[in-house]
Write a protein that binds this ligand. Structure first.
Ligand code: LLP
Length: 421
C-alpha cells in the first residue's frame, strides 16, 4: 500500500496534488511519501517483534538526507556500501553503532573512516579484506566488530544482474569454506567476530530461497559455536521484492518474511539484523514526467516524455517494468491505446515501455512512474548533459524540495580547464 492515490480525478502524493508540485518545481522530478516510507519501515520492525533486532535500511536504494533522517527518526540503522554512504548516514545523524558496512571492495580509507567514526560491524567479504581490517584496527588500537558474509549457493530466482547468492557470484565467501575463514578471523588481531551475514539477491518474490539460505546460516551458527566462536548476531540481508504491477504480482509481505526468520533462526537466540532497501523506498516514490510530443511512427505512436533513461535507468538496464499512469485520472469509458513511451536521449534503449496501454495523451500531460522510489534517483546520471532531476518529499499537505535541480552553469562549472587551454 502506498499514499499515491487519485482524488477527484487527480493523482495526489498524500494530500498534495502532483500537478501542484510539477507547477512549482518543473518536470521531471522524483517525489516520495513520508507516510509510505514510515509505514514500510514499521512493517519490517513489527515483523521482527519479539526478537532482539535492528532494521538497517539499505540506503543504496534511496539515500537523500531527508529520507535517511525520516527513517533514522524511527530508529532505523543503515546498511552502507561506500565511504560516501557512510558519510551520508553520519550526516543524517545516524550514530556509528547503527551503521553496518557491506560491500566486497572496502578500501583502506573506507575501513579507517568507519573505525574512526564508529561502526556497528563490517560485513567481511574475503580473506584479504579481513587482513586489511585487522591491520588498520591494530594500528588504531581498536577492535573491529565483524561478521563474515557467506555465499550459500542458493538461487534467488531473480534477475541475473541482481542475484548475489550463487557460487558464481562475486559476493561472500563460499559457505563450504566458512569454518576455516572464521578460524582465520579468530587468529587475527584487532577483529571481534560477532556473527554471520548473508544476502542472496534483490527483488525476491518468493520466500523459498530465503528459507534455504537462512537454514544454512542456522546450521553454520551451530557449527561455528561448536568450533568455539561467539555468534551472537545474524545479518540476514535485504532482498524482499515489491509488486511492480498492481494486478498479478503479490510478493510475500514483511510479516510473512518475519515469521520465516523466526522459524529458521529464532531458536538460536541471536540478535537479528535485516537490510531491506527496495521494499522501504520503492513504492514510496514516483517519477513524474511531462509529455513533450506525441509522434506517429510507421506502425505505432511514440509518447516522447521529458524523463529519460538517465533519470530512471531500470527499464534500460534490467528490462524492468514500471507502471506508468496519467496524473489526471482518465474518465470512465475512455478507451486506452498503445504507446511506446520513450525519453529524449539519443539511444533506442531510452525506452520505458513498448505498446503500453494508456488513455489518449497529449503534449503537456503529466504521467507518473510508480515504484520508482528505490534505485531511481540514486542511479541517475547526467548523460546528454541532462541535469539530475529534483527530489521532493511530501508529508501530509506539505512538500519540500529535498534536492534541487542543478542549473546548466552549475553542471558546466564542475569541469575545470587545464592551463594549456
Ligand atoms: N544488502 C546488500 C548487501 C545488498 O547488496 C542489497 C542490494 C541490499 C541489502 C538491499 O536489497 P533490497 O532490499 O533493496 O532488495 N539496482 C537494482 C538493485 C540492486 C540491489 C543491490 N543490492 C535494481 O534497480 O533492481
Amino acid at each position: 500500500m502506498d499514499h499515491f492515490l487519485y482524488r477527484d480525478g487527480a493523482l495526489y502524493a498524500e494530500d498534495v496534488p502532483l500537478s501542484e508540485i510539477a507547477a512549482s518545481v518543473g518536470t521531471p522530478f522524483y517525489v516520495y511519501s513520508t507516510a509510505t516510507l514510515e509505514r514500510h519501515f514499521k512493517l519490517f520492525d513489527d515483523a521482527l517483534e519479539g526478537m532482539d533486532h535492528l532494521v538497517c535500511y539499505a540506503m543504496k536504494a534511496a539515500s537523500n538526507q531527508a529520507i535517511l533522517k525520516t527513517l533514522a527518526a524511527l530508529g532505523a540503522g543503515m546498511d552502507v556500501v561506500s565511504g560516501g554512504e557512510y558519510a551520508r548516514a553520519k550526516a543524517a545523524g545516524v550514530p556509528g553503532e547503527r551503521i553496518v558496512f557491506s560491500g566486497i571492495g572496502k578500501t583502506r580509507e573506507e575501513v579507517r573512516m568507519a573505525l574512526t567514526g564508529g561502526i556497528r560491524q563490517f560485513n567481511v567479504e574475503s580473506e584479504p579484506e579481513m587482513q586489511v581490517i585487522s591491520e588498520i584496527a591494530t594500528e588504531l588500537s581498536v577492535e573491529a566488530p565483524i561478521t563474515i558474509r557467506v555465499n550459500p549457493d542458493v538461487d534467488a530466482k531473480t534477475h541475473a544482474k541482481i542475484a548475489t547468492g550463487k557460487a558464481e557470484n562475486k559476493f561472500g565467501i563460499p559457505i563450504s569454506r566458512a569454518r576455516e575463514v572464521y578460524a582465520l578471523a579468530a587468529s587475527l588481531p584487532g577483529l571481534k567476530i560477532i556473527g554471520i551475514d548473508v544476502h542472496i539477491g534483490s527483488q525476491l518474490t518468493e520466500l523459498a530461497p530465503f528459507e534455504a539460505a537462512y537454514n544454512k546460516v542456522a546450521e553454520l551458527t551451530e557449527q561455528l559455536r561448536a568450533d568455539g566462536h561467539e555468534i551472537s548476531r545474524l545479518d540476514l540481508g535485504g532482498g524482499l521484492g515489491i509488486p511492480y504491477t498492481r494486478s498479478n504480482e503479490a510478493p510475500p509481505m514483511p510479516t510473512d518474511y518475519g515469521a520465516l526468520i523466526k522459524k529458521c533462526v529464532g531458536h538460536l537466540g541471536c540478535e537479528i539484523e535485516i537490510e531491506p532497501g527496495r521494499l522501504i523506498a520503492g513504492n514510496a516514490g514516483l517519477m513524474v514526467s511531462e509529455v513533450i510530443y506525441v509522434k506517429s511512427g510507421e506502425d505505432r505512436e511514440f509518447l516522447i516524455i521529458d524523463g529519460a533513461m538517465n533519470d530512471l535507468i531500470r527499464p534500460a538496464m534490467y528490462d524492468a517494468y514500471h507502471d506508468i499512469i496519467p496524473v489526471i485520472e482518465p474518465e470512465a469509458g475512455v478507451l486506452p491505446q498503445p504507446y511506446d513511451i520513450v525519453g529524449p536521449v539519443c539511444e533506442s534503449g531510452d525506452t520505458f515501455a513498448k505498446g503500453r496501454e494508456m488513455p489518449p495523451l497529449k503534449a503537456g500531460d503529466l504521467v507518473a512512474f510508480r515504484s520508482a522510489g528505490a534505485y531511481g534517483a540514486v542511479m541517475a546520471s547526467e548523460y546528454n548533459t541532462r541535469p539530475l532531476i529534483p527530489e521532493v518529499l511530501v508529508k501530509g499537505d506539505q512538500f519540500a524540495v529535498i534536492r534541487a535541480r542543478p542549473t546548466f552553469d552549475e553542471m558546466i562549472n564542475r569541469d575545470t580547464i587545464p592551463e594549456w587551454l
